[in-house]
Design a protein around this ligand. Sequence first.
Ligand SMILES: [Zn+2]
Length: 81
Amino acid sequence: MHRANAAPRCSAKSKRSGKPCRDPAVRGWAVCRMHGAGGSAKPGYAHPNWKHGGRSGETVELRKLVNAPGRESRNVVDSME
Ligand SMILES: [Zn+2]
């Protein structure tokens, strides 16, 4: 905890209360993640418009692989009990 407390603080001020944010600032930035550090949008999960990942190309491909042998492996599990 000591290291975290020694980190530079976010320079942003709360719009509502006027108090400083006090969250630790992201390295290389004067503000915390909530206040805009990190800059440009990242692809995938970190993207602000990311919903659930169910439509990402990778997930669709993975689902095909998982579903294909699905019924068969379920029967195998049942027959073992
Ligand atoms: Zn902040």
